[in-house]
Design a protein around this ligand. Structure first.
Ligand SMILES: [Zn+2]
Length: 420
């Protein structure tokens, strides 16, 4: 067999995680990166790290944009470092959501709200405060423990058909099921969506929030592509997936979170009380205008991403040549993709800081850029602070106004490098 034939056979073996069709069309190839939520400690520094490809495909059949699964879900999520409660704006967003849903659905002390991947109870705590019963489902035991300590009942399991059936058998059908920023991280998409459906009471409502693929493309948010995010959703692909599991999308809202997200509302397909709102057709229209209803429409993204890399490197190399001191702010998962794809290491960004104590004293994966307490910025007075969680840039620039005292400036790397 020739090498070319072996490669095409290899490509043909990659299957769409929703519809099973062969994956052959590249969306973007970001090279190799380590798992982005593993933060090495000093003791880990002399050990090797495993890198996995970040090669994203678009399925020619169902148009789901996706990575292959490279690592077992258990090894990614068993000791997950991300505690949602560390961002003020995210907590506010969650509280607003709870108030809105209580009013909209008339939830009360007889209702049940179930959250898939409920993390440390960052969201369900607001339902608890208003006496609406809740149940969290969270696979990372260390994170679930924090939720339980906050009086947010939580089961430590992956959500799928089996977990959902077990809970319903215990009388735990839900009036509201929600999944915020979890759909992308689900390795077995069909099993998970089936689980969501099973949890719903006949008139129950499902809400899902996820970064909108249309915005990812428009705003060049390529660093939101990382190993823990297996899938990237458009309205077109979401409706198709939910429909296959007996769910009907009847409303959608656009949100500013995570660089532009959607909140999709769905119900059981046989719940005729819910009329399909005009919002659904409007978002579908935006996607069609952007060409996302055909595989060919996904073709330009890779070139756009390459241009952003060159511009960021131009800036950092020029700062380095001028002897400027450059620090980072934040150690979000997405920084691993940005730094590896662009080839940025300690010689271009000396250190970064993060408010999360779990990450302080550790290092960014692969690049080993050290993560310090935020006070480090005041102590070392860098000329530039690169904001790695750019989706929180307004909040961070506000908190770091003191950087201006010594003439320091902020650098936002996405959609293209901006100094402000
Ligand atoms: Zn497919």
């Amino acid at each position: 067999m020739t090498v070319g034939a072996e490669i095409s056979q290899e490509l043909a073996a990659k299957k769409c995680r929703f519809c099973g069709a062969g994956l052959t069309q590249t969306f973007v190839d970001l090279g190799m990166s380590p798992l982005c939520e593993t933060y090495p400690s000093v003791a880990d520094l002399n050990h090797g790290e495993t890198y996995y490809p970040l090669h994203v495909y678009v399925c020619g059949e169902c148009l789901l944009v996706q990575l292959e699964e490279y690592e077992s879900a258990e090894s990614i999520f068993s000791d997950y470092a991300y505690f949602s409660s560390y961002s003020d704006s995210w907590l506010k967003h969650s509280e607003n959501y709870c108030n809105k849903m209580i009013a909209k659905l008339g939830l009360n002390e007889k209702s049940l709200v179930i959250e898939a991947a409920s993390n440390d109870g960052y969201l369900l705590q607001y339902f608890v405060k208003r006496n609406v019963p809740v149940l969290g489902i969270e696979p990372a035991a260390n994170v679930a423990k924090v939720a339980i300590e906050k009086n947010v009942p939580t089961v430590v399991r992956f959500l799928g058909e089996k977990t959902a059936a077990d809970l319903v058998a215990e009388g735990k059908g839900a009036d509201l099921v929600l999944g915020n920023n979890v759909l992308a991280q689900v390795p077995d998409l069909n099993d998970f969506v089936e689980g969501l459906k099973i949890l719903l009471k006949p008139h129950g409502i499902l809400t899902l929030e996820f970064p909108h693929l249309l915005r990812l493309i428009e705003r060049n948010e390529f660093d939101t592509i990382y190993h823990e995010h297996f899938s990237y959703f458009s309205m077109i692909s979401t409706i198709r997936i939910l429909k296959a599991h007996g769910l009907r999308v009847f409303d959608v809202e656009e949100l500013s979170t995570h660089g532009g997200s959607l909140r999709v509302y769905a119900c059981r397909a046989d719940n005729y009380n819910r009329k399909i709102e005009a919002s659904v057709e409007r978002i579908m229209g935006l996607e069609k205008s952007a060409g996302l209803d055909s595989a060919a429409g996904y073709g330009n993204f890779a070139r756009q991403v390459r241009q952003a890399k060159f511009a960021l490197l131009d800036f950092l190399l020029s700062a380095a040549r001028q002897g400027k001191k450059v620090a980072g702010y934040g150690a979000p998962g997405k920084s691993a993709t940005l730094l590896h794809y662009c080839g940025i290491s300690k010689d271009l960004i000396e250190y970064t800081v993060d408010r999360n104590p779990y990450k302080q004293g550790r290092f960014l994966p692969g690049t080993h850029i050290p993560i310090h307490h935020p006070d480090r910025i005041r102590e070392t007075k860098p000329d530039y602070v690169v904001i790695l969680p750019w989706n929180l840039k307004d909040e961070i620039i506000e908190q770091l106004q003191f950087v201006r005292e010594w003439g320091g400036r902020f650098v936002v790397p996405i959609p293209e490098v901006t100094v402000c």
